[in-house]
Design a protein around this ligand. Structure first.
Ligand SMILES: Cc1cc2nc3c(=O)[nH]c(=O)nc-3n(C[C@H](O)[C@H](O)[C@H](O)COP(=O)(O)O)c2cc1C
Length: 325
Protein backbone atom coordinates (compact mmCIF):
# COMPACT_ATOMS: atom_id res chain seq x y z
CA UNK A 1 0.00 0.00 0.00
CA UNK A 2 1.35 3.45 -0.90
CA UNK A 3 1.14 6.02 1.83
CA UNK A 4 1.01 9.58 0.50
CA UNK A 5 3.62 11.91 1.96
CA UNK A 6 2.14 13.71 4.96
CA UNK A 7 4.99 16.16 5.50
CA UNK A 8 2.81 19.15 4.54
CA UNK A 9 -0.96 18.76 4.36
CA UNK A 10 -3.80 21.17 3.63
CA UNK A 11 -6.66 20.84 6.09
CA UNK A 12 -10.17 19.74 5.21
CA UNK A 13 -12.39 22.81 5.49
CA UNK A 14 -16.10 22.81 4.75
CA UNK A 15 -17.02 25.21 1.94
CA UNK A 16 -13.36 26.05 1.44
CA UNK A 17 -11.34 23.04 0.42
CA UNK A 18 -13.64 22.20 -2.44
CA UNK A 19 -12.32 21.17 -5.84
CA UNK A 20 -11.95 24.76 -7.05
CA UNK A 21 -9.69 25.71 -4.16
CA UNK A 22 -7.71 22.49 -4.42
CA UNK A 23 -7.11 23.00 -8.14
CA UNK A 24 -5.93 26.53 -7.40
CA UNK A 25 -3.53 25.40 -4.65
CA UNK A 26 -2.08 22.75 -6.90
CA UNK A 27 -0.93 25.50 -9.25
CA UNK A 28 1.24 26.79 -6.39
CA UNK A 29 2.53 23.54 -4.89
CA UNK A 30 2.99 20.22 -6.66
CA UNK A 31 3.50 18.18 -3.50
CA UNK A 32 1.33 19.24 -0.57
CA UNK A 33 -1.28 16.63 0.32
CA UNK A 34 -4.75 18.04 -0.31
CA UNK A 35 -7.74 16.99 1.79
CA UNK A 36 -11.30 17.37 0.60
CA UNK A 37 -13.83 19.04 2.85
CA UNK A 38 -15.74 16.49 4.89
CA UNK A 39 -18.27 14.49 2.91
CA UNK A 40 -20.75 12.50 4.96
CA UNK A 41 -21.47 8.89 4.22
CA UNK A 42 -25.18 9.65 4.10
CA UNK A 43 -24.56 12.28 1.40
CA UNK A 44 -22.75 9.61 -0.62
CA UNK A 45 -25.51 7.06 -0.07
CA UNK A 46 -28.46 9.36 -0.71
CA UNK A 47 -26.90 11.99 -2.99
CA UNK A 48 -25.05 12.12 -6.28
CA UNK A 49 -21.75 10.54 -5.22
CA UNK A 50 -20.12 11.02 -8.59
CA UNK A 51 -20.65 14.74 -8.36
CA UNK A 52 -19.64 14.92 -4.68
CA UNK A 53 -16.41 13.05 -5.25
CA UNK A 54 -15.41 14.41 -8.64
CA UNK A 55 -11.98 16.03 -8.79
CA UNK A 56 -9.36 16.96 -11.33
CA UNK A 57 -6.51 14.56 -11.93
CA UNK A 58 -4.02 17.36 -11.22
CA UNK A 59 -5.16 17.40 -7.59
CA UNK A 60 -3.16 14.27 -6.70
CA UNK A 61 -2.04 13.52 -4.06
CA UNK A 62 -5.54 13.90 -2.66
CA UNK A 63 -7.26 12.45 0.41
CA UNK A 64 -11.00 12.13 0.86
CA UNK A 65 -12.30 13.02 4.30
CA UNK A 66 -15.41 11.13 5.32
CA UNK A 67 -17.84 11.91 8.12
CA UNK A 68 -19.76 8.97 9.51
CA UNK A 69 -19.86 6.38 12.25
CA UNK A 70 -21.15 3.24 10.61
CA UNK A 71 -18.32 0.90 9.62
CA UNK A 72 -20.15 -0.50 6.59
CA UNK A 73 -21.19 2.92 5.34
CA UNK A 74 -17.66 4.24 5.78
CA UNK A 75 -16.34 1.20 3.96
CA UNK A 76 -18.78 1.92 1.13
CA UNK A 77 -17.41 5.49 0.95
CA UNK A 78 -13.86 4.18 0.98
CA UNK A 79 -14.75 1.81 -1.86
CA UNK A 80 -15.99 4.73 -3.97
CA UNK A 81 -12.80 6.66 -3.14
CA UNK A 82 -10.69 3.74 -4.30
CA UNK A 83 -12.70 3.34 -7.48
CA UNK A 84 -12.16 7.03 -8.27
CA UNK A 85 -8.43 6.93 -7.58
CA UNK A 86 -8.15 8.86 -4.31
CA UNK A 87 -4.83 8.38 -2.51
CA UNK A 88 -6.19 8.09 1.06
CA UNK A 89 -9.38 8.10 3.07
CA UNK A 90 -9.51 10.05 6.32
CA UNK A 91 -12.16 9.77 9.02
CA UNK A 92 -13.30 12.95 10.76
CA UNK A 93 -13.06 12.38 14.51
CA UNK A 94 -12.56 16.03 15.39
CA UNK A 95 -15.38 18.20 14.12
CA UNK A 96 -17.37 19.69 16.99
CA UNK A 97 -20.36 21.15 15.10
CA UNK A 98 -23.82 20.38 16.51
CA UNK A 99 -25.03 19.10 13.20
CA UNK A 100 -22.17 16.64 13.11
CA UNK A 101 -22.48 15.68 16.80
CA UNK A 102 -26.20 15.04 16.44
CA UNK A 103 -25.29 12.55 13.72
CA UNK A 104 -22.94 11.05 16.38
CA UNK A 105 -19.77 11.46 14.43
CA UNK A 106 -16.97 13.99 14.33
CA UNK A 107 -15.41 14.84 17.71
CA UNK A 108 -17.98 12.93 19.75
CA UNK A 109 -16.58 9.73 18.22
CA UNK A 110 -13.51 10.32 20.38
CA UNK A 111 -15.56 8.96 23.25
CA UNK A 112 -15.94 5.67 21.34
CA UNK A 113 -12.45 4.49 20.45
CA UNK A 114 -13.57 0.88 19.92
CA UNK A 115 -16.08 2.01 17.31
CA UNK A 116 -13.45 4.15 15.54
CA UNK A 117 -11.09 1.16 15.55
CA UNK A 118 -13.80 -1.02 14.08
CA UNK A 119 -14.52 1.57 11.36
CA UNK A 120 -10.84 1.65 10.39
CA UNK A 121 -10.66 -2.12 10.43
CA UNK A 122 -13.71 -2.70 8.23
CA UNK A 123 -12.58 0.01 5.81
CA UNK A 124 -9.10 -1.49 5.56
CA UNK A 125 -10.53 -4.87 4.77
CA UNK A 126 -12.63 -3.34 2.00
CA UNK A 127 -9.98 -1.23 0.25
CA UNK A 128 -6.30 -1.10 -0.39
CA UNK A 129 -5.99 2.58 0.56
CA UNK A 130 -4.46 4.07 3.70
CA UNK A 131 -7.17 4.86 6.25
CA UNK A 132 -6.18 7.76 8.48
CA UNK A 133 -7.87 9.57 11.37
CA UNK A 134 -8.08 13.29 12.10
CA UNK A 135 -8.82 14.00 15.71
CA UNK A 136 -8.14 16.29 18.68
CA UNK A 137 -6.28 15.89 21.95
CA UNK A 138 -9.47 15.42 23.96
CA UNK A 139 -13.18 16.00 24.14
CA UNK A 140 -15.13 17.54 27.04
CA UNK A 141 -13.97 16.01 30.34
CA UNK A 142 -12.02 13.30 28.56
CA UNK A 143 -8.81 15.18 28.15
CA UNK A 144 -6.08 13.51 30.19
CA UNK A 145 -2.95 12.32 28.42
CA UNK A 146 -3.67 8.75 29.56
CA UNK A 147 -7.09 8.93 28.00
CA UNK A 148 -5.59 10.20 24.72
CA UNK A 149 -3.02 7.40 24.61
CA UNK A 150 -5.78 4.82 25.16
CA UNK A 151 -7.72 6.36 22.27
CA UNK A 152 -4.70 6.34 19.96
CA UNK A 153 -3.56 2.83 20.81
CA UNK A 154 -7.08 1.42 20.43
CA UNK A 155 -7.51 3.04 17.01
CA UNK A 156 -3.99 2.02 15.97
CA UNK A 157 -4.94 -1.57 16.81
CA UNK A 158 -7.76 -1.20 14.29
CA UNK A 159 -5.11 -0.55 11.62
CA UNK A 160 -4.66 3.22 11.61
CA UNK A 161 -1.04 4.23 11.15
CA UNK A 162 -1.42 7.97 10.56
CA UNK A 163 -3.05 10.35 13.03
CA UNK A 164 -3.62 14.02 12.28
CA UNK A 165 -4.01 15.77 15.60
CA UNK A 166 -5.57 19.18 16.02
CA UNK A 167 -3.65 20.20 19.13
CA UNK A 168 -6.59 21.41 21.20
CA UNK A 169 -9.51 19.70 22.81
CA UNK A 170 -13.14 20.12 21.73
CA UNK A 171 -15.91 21.33 24.00
CA UNK A 172 -19.10 19.89 22.60
CA UNK A 173 -21.42 21.88 24.88
CA UNK A 174 -21.43 25.64 24.82
CA UNK A 175 -18.79 26.43 22.20
CA UNK A 176 -19.52 26.99 18.52
CA UNK A 177 -17.30 25.26 15.94
CA UNK A 178 -15.52 28.58 15.39
CA UNK A 179 -14.89 29.03 19.11
CA UNK A 180 -13.71 25.44 19.24
CA UNK A 181 -11.03 26.36 16.73
CA UNK A 182 -9.87 29.31 18.83
CA UNK A 183 -10.65 29.07 22.53
CA UNK A 184 -9.36 25.74 23.85
CA UNK A 185 -5.62 26.35 24.26
CA UNK A 186 -3.17 24.86 21.78
CA UNK A 187 -1.07 22.10 23.34
CA UNK A 188 1.66 21.21 20.86
CA UNK A 189 3.57 19.59 23.74
CA UNK A 190 0.87 16.91 23.98
CA UNK A 191 1.25 16.05 20.30
CA UNK A 192 5.06 15.93 20.59
CA UNK A 193 4.73 13.56 23.54
CA UNK A 194 2.40 11.34 21.57
CA UNK A 195 5.03 11.03 18.85
CA UNK A 196 7.63 10.09 21.47
CA UNK A 197 5.38 7.45 22.97
CA UNK A 198 4.24 6.04 19.62
CA UNK A 199 7.32 6.33 17.42
CA UNK A 200 5.94 3.70 15.04
CA UNK A 201 2.91 5.86 14.21
CA UNK A 202 2.93 8.78 11.82
CA UNK A 203 1.83 11.87 13.75
CA UNK A 204 0.79 15.03 11.89
CA UNK A 205 0.36 18.22 13.91
CA UNK A 206 -2.46 20.63 13.15
CA UNK A 207 -3.80 23.85 14.67
CA UNK A 208 -2.73 27.48 14.68
CA UNK A 209 0.29 27.18 12.37
CA UNK A 210 0.65 30.48 10.59
CA UNK A 211 3.96 30.51 8.74
CA UNK A 212 6.23 28.19 6.82
CA UNK A 213 9.21 28.57 9.23
CA UNK A 214 6.93 27.80 12.18
CA UNK A 215 5.64 24.73 10.34
CA UNK A 216 9.20 23.66 9.51
CA UNK A 217 10.19 23.74 13.17
CA UNK A 218 7.48 21.25 14.01
CA UNK A 219 9.30 18.64 11.97
CA UNK A 220 11.81 18.41 14.82
CA UNK A 221 9.02 16.82 16.84
CA UNK A 222 6.45 15.24 14.53
CA UNK A 223 6.25 13.66 11.07
CA UNK A 224 4.21 16.30 9.33
CA UNK A 225 2.07 19.41 9.59
CA UNK A 226 -1.40 20.34 8.44
CA UNK A 227 -2.40 23.96 7.80
CA UNK A 228 -5.89 25.26 7.17
CA UNK A 229 -6.94 28.84 7.80
CA UNK A 230 -3.59 30.43 7.06
CA UNK A 231 -3.43 28.77 3.65
CA UNK A 232 -6.88 30.09 2.87
CA UNK A 233 -5.91 33.58 3.98
CA UNK A 234 -2.56 33.55 2.21
CA UNK A 235 -2.35 30.67 -0.29
CA UNK A 236 0.87 31.87 -1.88
CA UNK A 237 2.76 30.90 1.27
CA UNK A 238 2.85 27.47 -0.38
CA UNK A 239 5.28 28.79 -3.01
CA UNK A 240 8.30 27.88 -0.88
CA UNK A 241 6.95 24.60 0.46
CA UNK A 242 7.98 22.29 -2.39
CA UNK A 243 11.60 23.28 -1.99
CA UNK A 244 11.69 23.41 1.81
CA UNK A 245 9.62 20.32 2.60
CA UNK A 246 9.93 18.14 -0.49
CA UNK A 247 13.40 19.03 -1.84
CA UNK A 248 11.90 20.01 -5.20
CA UNK A 249 13.84 22.98 -6.56
CA UNK A 250 11.52 23.69 -9.48
CA UNK A 251 10.96 27.44 -9.55
CA UNK A 252 7.36 28.08 -8.46
CA UNK A 253 5.15 30.27 -10.66
CA UNK A 254 4.71 33.92 -9.69
CA UNK A 255 1.36 35.05 -8.32
CA UNK A 256 0.53 36.45 -11.74
CA UNK A 257 1.58 33.15 -13.29
CA UNK A 258 -0.74 31.28 -10.93
CA UNK A 259 -3.73 33.40 -11.79
CA UNK A 260 -2.95 33.18 -15.51
CA UNK A 261 -2.98 29.38 -15.29
CA UNK A 262 -6.20 29.44 -13.29
CA UNK A 263 -8.15 31.59 -15.77
CA UNK A 264 -8.96 28.82 -18.27
CA UNK A 265 -10.17 26.72 -15.34
CA UNK A 266 -12.48 29.51 -14.14
CA UNK A 267 -13.98 29.92 -17.58
CA UNK A 268 -14.42 26.17 -18.04
CA UNK A 269 -16.25 25.98 -14.71
CA UNK A 270 -18.45 28.97 -15.56
CA UNK A 271 -19.33 27.32 -18.84
CA UNK A 272 -20.48 24.28 -16.87
CA UNK A 273 -22.79 26.46 -14.79
CA UNK A 274 -20.67 26.79 -11.63
CA UNK A 275 -21.46 30.22 -10.12
CA UNK A 276 -18.60 32.69 -9.77
CA UNK A 277 -19.38 32.96 -6.06
CA UNK A 278 -18.18 29.37 -5.61
CA UNK A 279 -14.75 30.17 -7.07
CA UNK A 280 -13.77 33.78 -6.46
CA UNK A 281 -13.53 33.68 -2.64
CA UNK A 282 -10.80 31.07 -2.97
CA UNK A 283 -8.43 33.34 -4.88
CA UNK A 284 -8.91 36.48 -2.80
CA UNK A 285 -5.88 35.80 -0.63
CA UNK A 286 -3.46 35.42 -3.54
CA UNK A 287 -1.91 38.87 -3.16
CA UNK A 288 -2.09 38.91 0.65
CA UNK A 289 0.47 41.33 2.08
CA UNK A 290 1.20 43.13 -1.21
CA UNK A 291 0.21 46.70 -2.07
CA UNK A 292 -3.19 46.60 -3.73
CA UNK A 293 -4.31 43.33 -2.10
CA UNK A 294 -7.35 45.02 -0.62
CA UNK A 295 -8.38 46.49 -3.97
CA UNK A 296 -7.95 43.06 -5.57
CA UNK A 297 -10.27 41.50 -3.01
CA UNK A 298 -12.76 44.33 -3.39
CA UNK A 299 -12.91 43.99 -7.16
CA UNK A 300 -13.40 40.25 -6.90
CA UNK A 301 -16.23 40.66 -4.41
CA UNK A 302 -18.08 43.23 -6.52
CA UNK A 303 -21.01 41.83 -8.41
CA UNK A 304 -19.73 41.51 -11.97
CA UNK A 305 -21.95 42.41 -14.93
CA UNK A 306 -24.07 39.45 -16.02
CA UNK A 307 -22.26 36.88 -18.12
CA UNK A 308 -18.81 38.32 -17.47
CA UNK A 309 -15.97 36.03 -18.20
CA UNK A 310 -13.60 35.13 -15.37
CA UNK A 311 -10.84 36.71 -17.45
CA UNK A 312 -12.56 40.11 -17.51
CA UNK A 313 -13.20 40.11 -13.77
CA UNK A 314 -9.72 38.98 -12.85
CA UNK A 315 -8.03 41.38 -15.25
CA UNK A 316 -9.99 44.29 -13.79
CA UNK A 317 -9.04 43.19 -10.27
CA UNK A 318 -5.38 42.85 -11.31
CA UNK A 319 -5.28 46.57 -12.14
CA UNK A 320 -5.34 47.10 -8.38
CA UNK A 321 -2.05 45.31 -7.88
CA UNK A 322 0.94 47.59 -8.21
CA UNK A 323 3.57 44.87 -8.45
CA UNK A 324 3.25 43.31 -11.90
CA UNK A 325 5.97 40.67 -11.28
C1 LIG B 1 -14.19 26.94 7.66
C2 LIG B 1 -13.62 25.69 8.28
C3 LIG B 1 -14.17 24.47 7.97
C4 LIG B 1 -13.64 23.28 8.52
N1 LIG B 1 -14.14 22.08 8.12
C5 LIG B 1 -13.55 20.93 8.56
C6 LIG B 1 -13.94 19.66 8.05
O1 LIG B 1 -14.78 19.54 7.14
N2 LIG B 1 -13.32 18.56 8.57
C7 LIG B 1 -12.36 18.65 9.54
O2 LIG B 1 -11.82 17.63 9.98
N3 LIG B 1 -11.97 19.84 10.02
C8 LIG B 1 -12.51 20.97 9.54
N4 LIG B 1 -12.06 22.18 9.97
C9 LIG B 1 -10.92 22.22 10.91
C10 LIG B 1 -9.59 22.29 10.15
O3 LIG B 1 -9.39 21.13 9.38
C11 LIG B 1 -8.41 22.45 11.13
O4 LIG B 1 -8.38 21.33 11.98
C12 LIG B 1 -8.54 23.71 11.98
O5 LIG B 1 -8.92 24.84 11.21
C13 LIG B 1 -7.19 24.01 12.70
O6 LIG B 1 -6.16 24.20 11.76
P1 LIG B 1 -5.68 25.69 11.32
O7 LIG B 1 -5.43 26.43 12.61
O8 LIG B 1 -4.44 25.46 10.52
O9 LIG B 1 -6.80 26.30 10.56
C14 LIG B 1 -12.56 23.35 9.43
C15 LIG B 1 -12.01 24.60 9.73
C16 LIG B 1 -12.52 25.77 9.17
C17 LIG B 1 -11.87 27.09 9.48
Amino acid sequence: MNYPDHTFCIAPMMDRSDRHFRYFLRLISRHVLLYTEMITTSALIHGDWRKLLDYDVSEHPIALQLGGNDPQELAYGAGLAEQLGYDEVNINVGCPSNRVSSGSFGACLMAQPQLVAQCVNVMRRRVDLPITVKTRIGVDEQDSYEWLTRFVSTVANGGCRTFIIHARKAWLQGLSPKQNRELPPLRYDVVYRLKQDFPELEIVLNGGLSSVPQAQMQLNHVDGVMLGREVYRNPYLLATVDELFFADNTVPPSRHGVIKSYLPYIDAQLAQGVPLSRIMPHIMGLFQGLPGARGWRRELSNNPPARSLGKEIVERALLQINDQG
